[in-house]
Design a protein around this ligand. Structure first.
Ligand code: FEO
Length: 173
């Protein structure tokens, strides 16, 4: 059984993961509107992964005897100054999520809640990947600068993204 404080904190994280999915879906539609179909596909996959992150939390809260409380999801931004800005914001958003995952982990340690602590380790590891991937894309944008052909090639590259096998396995957990 988890504490009320932990239950509330996990529910807040559930809301953040749902917002993440909503935000990335909004980014996908922005790219679609700019005819950057590869980037749109990349973001749709990202949105789907965030949905899986939220469902993992929802299942865990219920499994451990907590009550899931679905709160309102904030309206995401719908427009950006450039494709680069979108990925810069993606990186910032992932850093924000990492900060909260770390705080949740601190709380689990403080409460000696070993099952939640173990559950959260997956998110700790996932955040390392999430930040690294977003950072790599930002660096690629910096390399291509204002080159239209560079943007075209990056769009092609990001469009080749496939669902991570890691995520597919996790979905079945
Ligand atoms: Fe679920 Fe991208 O953090």
């Amino acid at each position: 059984m988890i504490s009320k404080k932990m239950e509330q904190a996990l529910n807040q994280q559930l809301n953040r993961e749902l917002f993440s999915s909503y935000l990335y879906l909004s980014m996908a539609t922005y790219f679609e509107s700019k005819n950057l179909i590869g980037m749109s596909k990349w973001m749709r996959l990202q949105a789907e992964e965030e949905h899986i992150h939220s469902m993992k939390l929802l299942d865990f809260i219920q499994k451990i005897g907590g009550r899931v409380i679905l709160e309102q999801i904030d309206k995401p931004q719908i427009d950006w100054d450039s494709p680069l800005k979108v990925f810069q914001e993606t990186l910032e958003h992932e850093e924000f999520i990492t900060k909260h995952i770390n705080e949740l982990t601190d709380l689990a340690i403080e409460e000696r809640d070993h099952s939640t602590r173990t559950f959260l380790q997956w998110y700790v590891d996932e955040q390392v990947e999430e930040e690294a991937v977003a950072n790599e894309i930002v660096q690629k944008f910096n390399l291509i600068g204002d080159s239209k052909s560079g943007l075209y090639m990056l769009d092609q590259e990001l469009g080749a993204r496939i669902p991570s096998p890691n995520t597919q396995t996790k979905q079945n957990n």
